[in-house]
Design a protein around this ligand. Structure first.
Ligand SMILES: [Zn+2]
Length: 401
């Protein structure tokens, strides 16, 4: 079936806060809104709504280019549900320059990571499940979403003690994310390969992204956007299970998925790569029914046209979050990063550290090795490191998806 739903494209602006001079911090919001036509459709057939944001961390700019390419490609897609796209999600971080670099990973005033300020209050989960133990699926879905949104409204609008700059930004983004079923938070590593943070129950979806490395993450809330979107639902499903009512996470009213998509390295815009990443996201969205597959076989395909968006064939490696290890520098020095990303590295040195102060009367070169085969995913952005700097992050105990 190939039903085309009329959609409207909208641009709006949200006010994230104010600088000392009174200058307003604004963020553009682009959305495709679809007329609701499926009155009474069951949750099994409900097309999920989508929320995508980029650049919560200041230097991680490539997601903005991916949103640009997505907007361009979506013009020609049959969109079946609401899609909201937010580039420059954090205008403070985005503008936080120091010399030729963008800082923007931490709020410069509080030192808190910008992506650790989202809200989730686990205390509301069990009482909600008890109050609504006999409610219909539709009621649970509607009331729980209402509860999540009410908590955010409470924080934003009815809080005499105010909010930190970062909380005000995070909660306004979260208000949009809570209205979606699928959430993609576009980030990058420092110098990194593409990788995906994926909740364990959504593992099947990871293979629809053209991303060769997936981290499977548990139901633990540490303040990040992806967790703040799936943890409430995952916890609610567990609370119902304790009361003897079983739902499957990822299905029906619990068909919620949220990913942090790490697009490569920071401080880079590459529109060609962004186009590839937009295709990868469309492959996932088509799999979820958000865009209809053009499957009218009577029309021969033109050169360069495809009848839809499908994942590329590739070896996809995964590991559990506990097996995603940081390797800290054993010494200060100047680092020659040797290990290639994405390939299993058995025993060879990951890096060598140059110590010119030791030349002539000591050892000027020190190899950094591990005693097991790992897949290097990212490394520190600078060649000069202190003892204890996080040099590499690697997959251990990895497996194929
Ligand atoms: Zn980030």
């Amino acid at each position: 079936m190939n039903t085309f739903k009329a959609n409207t494209f909208k641009k709006s602006i949200i006010h994230m806060g104010e600088m000392a001079s009174g200058a307003k911090l604004t963020v553009p919001v682009y959305s495709f809104e679809v007329e609701p036509t499926d009155q009474g459709a069951s949750f099994e057939n409900k097309v999920p709504n989508v929320y995508i944001q980029a650049n919560m961390h200041g230097a991680e700019v490539q997601g903005n280019a991916v949103i640009f390419q997505l907007l361009e490609l979506l013009k020609n897609c049959d969109i079946q549900s609401n899609i909201t796209l937010v580039p420059y999600a954090n205008p403070v971080a985005c503008n936080h320059k120091n010399g030729e670099y963008t800082l923007g990973r931490f709020d410069p005033i509080t030192g808190v990571n910008w992506n650790r300020m989202y809200h989730f209050d686990e205390m509301v989960i069990a009482p909600f499940a008890e109050r609504n133990i006999d409610a219909s699926d539709a009621e649970i879905q509607a009331k729980f979403q209402e509860l999540l949104l009410a908590q955010i409204e409470q924080k934003l609008d009815h809080n005499i003690w105010g909010l930190t700059t970062g909380q005000r930004i995070a909660y306004q983004l979260q208000r949009m994310a809570h209205q979606a079923d699928l959430v993609l938070d576009l980030h990058t590593g420092p110098i990194a390969s593409k990788h995906l943070y994926c909740p364990e129950y959504a593992k099947a979806s990871a293979s629809y992204f053209d991303i060769p490395h997936t981290l499977l993450i548990p139901n633990d809330f540490g303040g990040a956007m992806d967790e703040s979107t799936f943890c409430p639902w995952w916890s609610l499903q567990e609370a119902y299970q304790k009361l003897g009512r079983n739902f499957v996470m990822g299905k029906g009213i619990f068909a919620k998925e949220s990913f942090t998509v790490e697009l490569g390295s920071q401080e880079q815009i590459d529109l060609a790569v962004a186009h590839q990443d937009a295709l990868s996201i469309l492959s996932y969205l088509q799999y979820k029914g958000v865009i209809a597959q053009k499957n009218d076989n009577s029309t021969p395909l033109q050169n360069g046209q495809s009848n839809g968006y499908f994942p590329q064939e590739m070896t996809r490696y995964a590991c559990y979050l506990d097996d995603y290890k940081a390797l800290y520098s054993p010494m200060g020095g100047m680092v020659d990063y040797l290990a290639e990303f994405g390939k299993p590295l058995p025993g060879e040195p990951l890096a060598r550290i140059l110590r010119m102060d030791n030349y002539g009367d000591g050892d000027p070169l020190h190899n950094v090795c591990l005693d097991r085969t790992v897949i290097p995913i990212l490394h520190f952005a600078s060649a000069s490191v202190n003892q204890g700097t996080e040099l590499y992050k690697v997959f251990c105990n990895y497996f194929e998806l």
